[in-house]
Design a binder for this molecule. Sequence first.
Ligand SMILES: [Zn+2]
Length: 818
Amino acid sequence: MPSLSPDEARTRAAAVDVTSYDLDLDLTTGERTFASISRIRFTATADATFLDVQPETLIEVTLNGRAVDVTGLEDGRLALTGLADENELIVTATMAYSHDGEGLHRSVDAADGQAYLYAMSFLDAAPRIFACFDQPDLKAPYRIRVTAPQDWEVLGNGAATQVAPGRWELAETRPLSTYFVTLVAGPYHVVRSEHDGIALGLACRRSLGEHLDREADDLFTVTRQAFDEFHRLFGYRYPFGEYHQAFVPEFNAGAMENPGCVTFRDEMVFRSAVTEGERSTRARTVVHEMAHQWFGDTVTMRWWNDLWLNESFAEYMAHRVSTTATRYTDNWIDFAFARKWWGMKADQRASTHPVASDPVKDARAALDDFDGISYAKGAAVLKQLVSYLGDDVFLTGVRAHITGHEFGNATLADLLRAWADAGAVDLDRWAQAWLRTPGLDTVRAERTATGVRLSRTAPEAFPAQRPHRFSVGGYDENGAGQRVEVLLDADAVEVELDPGAALVIPDAGDDTWAKVRLDEQSLANLAAVLPKLTDPVTRAVVWNSVRDAVENAELDPRLAFDVLCAALAREDSDIALGSLASWTRTRVLGGFLPAEPYTSRLAEVLTERLPRTPAGSSLQLAVTRGMIATTADAGPLRGWLEGRAVPEGLAVDADLRWLITLRLARLGAIGDDEIDAELARDKSSEGIVHATRCRAAQPTAAAKERAWAQIVSDGEVANYQLYAACEGFWHPAQTEVTAPYVDRYFAEIAGTEKLRSGWVVSAAAGLAFPGVFVDQAVVAKADALAADQTVGAGIRRAVSDAADDLRRTVAVRQVFGL
Ligand SMILES: [Zn+2]
């Protein structure tokens, strides 16, 4: 299927202007397909164009009453000729339900056999649901009618009304881009409320209903607070009528910002205990999708190269608004620990790219750049921009941009102009350095006789003069300190700060985007002083510096591991603890450092910490999870499953039981029978995914072969099960049994694009990569595959990124003789 190119999009946008879409979908025609009728009214200034439609069967097409030959459909495109000034196109088709999370996804809940649907049109999946001109700048109002089983709920971009049993009409929408047209249909459990004249709704599968009822208050509260704050900041009311938030099954992304009807992955309903950090992440996701209602939905990018702007803006706004307007004030901590770390790694890979790329890539290729740079770096850069411009200029520009382009499309140049009109100066130079140049500067602190000298170095491959506004902190041995504001707009600046400080930390408030390097004296004091720093954001800055120095083979991972053990014994932020334990598990143990004795040492630190965490706290849960994932002692874990010696306050609920089962399976302490017994206790769709992961994690040849078959040859496996099989498969302690699959990965992974399409292909290729084999020969094979132009771009990108990580691991072991 060819992907739309920017040239094709420009030509088509010049040729046609869509007046309206009327869609009629019949969801009662069977389990495999649905009926789709699209009536498109459009004006034309050219004689010919083409339509996007990807049906199972194209039954009939009429243009202005005249039949169009349906056999002309090729690769999802149908040529239309003989266009009039005003046209009516009617397309009747049978469409297939999807199982990969794109198109009209159909999922059957294992708990009760009920079927649930949701439409995911992003990025170019709308033609799998209805016939359309699929590009972001051909916006039009939609009227949608739906026939559904009588006990179903129907939700969509416009308010839905049941006009007869099983017959629904959705209110005509504002002009929408094709990529955010949605429909949510099934026997969904719906909770309704209202705020400030806006009807609010939450929806999920019935089997999760009791959990959503419990969570509804938290979700509605965040939604209300964020609406008030966005109305205050933007001075522009939410324009899309009702606001529904539907938690849907087997969703690939975190959420999707469809106007009026946002879809979320339904793990966010929370059926088991979670940490405050996870609640905070959910709140931020809610606020992120709300920010898109203005930035993305009311004003939409003209072409996919500006997709970063949607995401960077929503990411920045989500952290800002959840921190200032909701009870989730820890979001900048998570931003530093998790999001920026994600982006910093992406910005140092071979695949790095500018935040704002040139509009040359086709739609699908633009999606490959949809990474930690588009989200986290972009948001960090916007945060820098706010301190550079001042909040008044920033918001004045954003308000003018929204009002000036409402229900239309705009580009980065339009937004820069709006900021310039609001009083910003020298923005072009700033945008060139920060948005159009990839890579990140290294900022170092050096002590002088009277203070501290801060220096800035751009990466050789991407020279730039980036101004950094941030604060530098000096801390004594008790962690007490002072911060000084700095504008680093030269190669080096001198700052007045006590040169005898135990720790000197550039960018102590995490305001800029740079690799921070600490001086020797600070590094020597780190293990003793870092745990005493009271600001978790500053601790995150130090940790990003330490992690990055390790990843670049500049700092001995054994030293970092010692600092880590000292920190984990005291760290009181569950966000910090969770991210550090996760980095250690995925990158350090069996990566930079041999799996043993370090895994046992980490397990010891966490086991020792556990009784010192408050009963029932987030910290207790975070430490417990880390301990479960690292301990080799099956006895206590089995005991917890049987209710013996469970730490006070710890709920051994469904998801924690599965985490324990996963560890026991990985250790070889249990087999298929015990996994099946656990599944008999939890017969949900979630249970099936967990069981798949556990089965793949067993250290036996039979278990690995079964999981491998799911990964490389089962075209029917549902996306979440596929990811779980990949996640369970490799482990540093199981290299003996998985060794034959290294070559099989490189021989067979390219074939998976014939089994599946879209998002899942590259996601699975990344998750199934044999990164636990720390070996230059594996890097070489990965490089060869990434360079093989006969392989799909999504797989090559996933392999290239995984190869970068492995290359670093190999280099660290070489440099430090490990
Ligand atoms: Zn987003």
